[in-house]
Design a protein around this ligand. Structure first.
Ligand SMILES: CC(C)(COP(=O)(O)OP(=O)(O)OC[C@H]1O[C@@H](n2cnc3c(N)ncnc32)[C@H](O)[C@@H]1OP(=O)(O)O)[C@@H](O)C(=O)NCCC(=O)NCCS
Length: 285
């Protein structure tokens, strides 16, 4: 390793700095709280590269069994162009491989996609961001989610996502109970939605719906009840044509040039099934 470079794991005290780096990139959905969530989930996957004793880059690796996810790859502005990003990224990738991950996924901003291609990642879908509003309404079988629903929701999510992310789902219900809803039909859960509240908007995700996505609009209306008078911003994979069509039908507008969902490895990447109408986050699928 080059002189002056050290890689260590993150501490809670680092989270505000990482949050400020994300804010400087305009990543309004990623805050210090997201870094704290990663830290609670798996401190060994939260990597910081120090250059000359100062934090210069961050990257977070999330293990979902045999599938891994990489996110929050940021080199602090003053340290760009020195090759530090690739060093940290490769360390995060080795961490996932060491934990037995057979596939690794990430959401790449357009400018960074070429860099991931040099590591063998291939684009599996565009990853779009839509923003808009939807009239709030409650009913039609849509209910606030309770902790009693969580085991069933987590079991559905395990099948739909392809791996266990119940840790993050519970955390969303803990922090934003007013944004978590289920749709019931004859006592059966046919859809669910979770969310996060951010500066000036709410981010719904993940959203899952049985029956070709027909419950998603109802869930979003319930979500809007909990969100209040703010925009809704959502991440949708382009391969999920029903989800893209729904967002356009609801009048949501595409916020910026789409990211790319990229994947590497022999195993099945997580999160590509059509029942999942919205991603949870860009950082961890
Ligand atoms: C992308 C990034 C992590 C690269 O780290 P780095 O230490 O500057 O990397 P390097 O100096 O070795 O450059 C590696 C590649 O990064 C890409 N890159 C350089 N500047 C970039 C920027 N401002 N934004 C995005 N990608 C950039 C280039 O493709 C470069 O390859 P090249 O040298 O062949 O042109 C860093 O530029 C960054 O933090 N960008 C902003 C946050 C971001 O976009 N993260 C990726 C999210 S998917």
């Amino acid at each position: 390793m080059s002189a002056g470079i050290a890689i260590r794991t993150m501490k809670a005290a680092d989270a505000p700095i990482m949050g400020s780096w994300a804010a400087a990139e305009g990543w309004t959905s990623e805050t210090s709280d997201d870094f704290l969530a990663f830290l609670d989930h798996d401190p060994d996957g939260c990597l910081i590269l120090e250059y000359g004793g100062e934090p210069a880059a961050v990257c977070v690796a999330t293990v979902y069994g045999q599938a891994g996810f990489l996110g929050e790859m940021i080199v602090s502005r003053a340290y760009r162009g020195l090759g530090l990003g690739p060093i940290l990224f490769d360390r995060a990738l080795s961490y996932l491989r060491g934990r037995g991950c057979r596939s690794v996924s990430l959401d790449a901003v357009p400018k960074a996609a070429a860099f991931y291609e040099t590591r063998g990642f291939k684009t599996v879908s565009l990853s779009r961001r839509f923003r808009g509003r939807i009239p709030p309404s409650r009913g039609a079988g849509v209910w606030p989610m309770g902790y009693g629903d969580l085991p069933k929701v987590s079991a559905i999510d395990l099948r739909a996502f392809g791996a266990d992310r119940s840790f993050f789902l519970k955390r969303r219900l803990d922090q934003y109970p007013e944004l978590a809803w289920v749709r019931l039909k004859e006592g059966r859960i046919v859809g669910y939605i979770f969310g996060r509240r951010r500066e000036g908007f709410c981010w719904p995700g993940p959203i899952w719906s049985a029956d070709a996505g027909r419950h998603a609009a109802f869930l979003l209306r319930g979500f809007a009840m909990g969100a209040g008078d703010v925009d809704i911003q959502v991440g949708v994979l382009d391969i999920n044509t029903r989800a893209v069509a729904l967002m356009r039908r609801l009048g949501f507008e595409e916020k910026r040039e789409p990211s790319r969902r990229m994947a590497l490895g022999e195993g099945d990447p997580v999160g590509l099934q059509p029942g999942l109408l919205a991603i949870g986050t860009a950082g961890k699928g």
